[in-house]
Design a protein around this ligand. Structure first.
Ligand SMILES: [Mn+2]
Length: 482
């Protein structure tokens, strides 16, 4: 393809020449003769002429398939040049905005007057890669620091939350890779191991070892890292670690030498993908598969709280991973037992104003509750799910939403933080409340009324903030008087 460019700035000319030359035939129209000579001597194809005259373009053999680039540095209005290009029959026209003047406003002005002309701001063209590169070098410095700090340790513990999920396990593998350790020199451990069927299958298919540890043995390790969780999760049992990498909101009440907490990321594996890339680490197929599966499942395949960085990590890992293996792991999600609870929720639950609520009674494991909550979120017309069940005499409330509505974490904190533990982020949250405390606050509700009560709480929560500020203020005042 042929490309004709009008530029005043030698630096821009040399840059365009370098960028376009392999694929395009580039020629520059330059007004200043000495400058043209200089450029010509260095091998740039240049000819002189007045770009504001159509003849110059005709002489340059401009055709409808020639790409025209016009530099706009804000000092001289390029409209005359644009008119000349059009008079000469040019159709593929790009204006390249350079300098502080190349603002959105200027681009907007061009679009109104020349709707068929594409305006490209130089800062936008180069800003993305440049910023990525800079932030990668910040990440690199950070990773190298903790790599050094961990390097002389004999025994390292990479600790995960209870019932480790794909994101926790994948992050464990990734961090072990960054620390250049094996399964004997860096133990991946959790206080309560894996029981959910899809996680068990992940462990088997990818041959991951998660050791069961006790809080007391944590001190036996020379260095301790936590991934996908922060020390506060262990309720005061562990208050000092060496490294925390997590995508849950940052919590107070512990000390750590290094941390990288990014609550706007969809998974911890996304953060670790950036760490791996920053130090050019080799990612094995096993680790890439685990991480890809983790991003997919933590974001519900980009259905909730997804960030550009999650998509970027996903597309980086995809060619390195075994997609067939992921399909196998996902197949394990559906079990007869889980379907029983889905049916139970379907019978006893209710959908109102795009909120599905259900109480599924006593269950042997917590994942039945979260599974049901995730399941109903897939239905058309469902934007929120709140599913509760009883495990070991505690009410577990699992909340899911599609991510662009109100904050699920805020919901559980508002109603349950006072009587149990409650937390989470925008799209997923959980509360664990001892049944005794629940009865004290909400009364001794029969089973079929618990779901109804939850429905009322969600409704109150969602309604509340839609009211105008004044009304809200009055309401909370009345509330505090009670
Ligand atoms: Mn996670």
């Amino acid at each position: 393809m042929r490309c004709l460019a009008v530029c005043q700035d030698e630096l821009v000319i040399r840059m365009l020449d370098e960028i376009l030359l392999p694929g395009f035939e580039v020629e520059f129209i330059v007004e200043n003769k000495p400058a043209a000579r200089r450029l010509h001597e260095t091998g740039v194809t240049v000819f002189t002429g007045d770009p504001r005259r159509a003849e110059t373009w005709i002489k340059a053999d401009l055709g409808p398939s020639t790409c025209v680039i016009i530099e706009d540095n804000g000092r001289r209005n390029p409209k005359k040049i644009l008119d000349a290009v059009r008079d000469a029959g040019g159709t593929l026209i790009y204006v390249l905005g350079i300098g502080a003047e190349a603002s959105d406003k200027r681009a907007q002005g061009f679009r109104t007057e020349f709707p068929d002309v594409a305006y490209l701001a130089m800062s936008e063209l180069f800003g993305g890669p440049l910023l990525t590169e800079f932030s990668r070098s910040l990440t690199r410095a950070r990773v190298q620091q903790y790599q050094r700090y961990f390097s002389d340790a004999e025994r390292v513990l990479i600790m995960l939350h209870n019932e480790p999920d794909p994101d926790a396990m994948a992050s464990g593998l990734a961090l072990r890779n960054i620390l250049r350790r094996t399964k004997t020199t860096a133990i991946i451990g959790a206080i309560q191991g894996v029981t959910r069927p899809e996680n068990v299958r992940m462990i088997n298919l990818l041959d991951i070892h998660v050791e069961t540890i006790t809080p007391a043995t944590v001190t036996e390790y020379d260095r301790v890292a936590m991934v996908d969780v922060q020390p506060h999760y262990f309720g005061g049992l562990i208050d000092r670690v060496d490294l925390v990498i997590d995508h849950h909101p940052e919590q107070p009440g512990y000390t750590t030498v290094f941390k990288d907490i990014r609550p706007d990321y969809g998974s911890t594996s996304t953060i670790l993908t950036e760490h791996l890339r920053a130090v050019d680490a080799n990612i094995s197929e096993r680790t890439a598969t685990a991480m890809l599966y983790a991003i997919k499942s933590d974001t519900l395949f980009f259905n909730r709280q997804t960030n550009r960085v999650d998509l970027e990590a996903f597309s980086y890992l995809y060619p390195l991973a075994d997609a067939a293996m992921i399909r196998k792991m996902e197949g394990a999600e559906i079990t007869i037992e889980r379907l029983d609870y889905v049916l139970k929720a379907h019978r006893g639950g209710a959908l109102a104003d795009q909120v599905f609520c259900a109480f599924i009674g006593v269950t042997p494991r917590e994942d039945f509750i979260t599974y049901v909550a995730d399941f109903f979120l897939q239905l058309e017309n469902v934007k929120w799910t709140v599913v509760a069940g009883i495990v070991n005499d505690s009410l577990i409330v699992s909340v899911r939403n599609l991510g662009y509505t109100k904050n699920a974490g805020e919901f559980v904190r508002r109603f349950f933080a006072g009587i149990g533990s409650a937390g989470g982020h925008r799209a997923m949250a959980k509360a664990v409340v001892p049944m005794r405390a629940f009865r004290e606050k909400f009364g001794d509700l029969p089973a079929d009324e618990i779901g109804v009560r939850l429905q009322a709480l969600v409704h109150e929560f969602l309604q509340h903030d839609q009211m105008p500020k004044e009304v809200k203020g009055v309401k909370s005042e009345v509330g505090s008087l009670k």
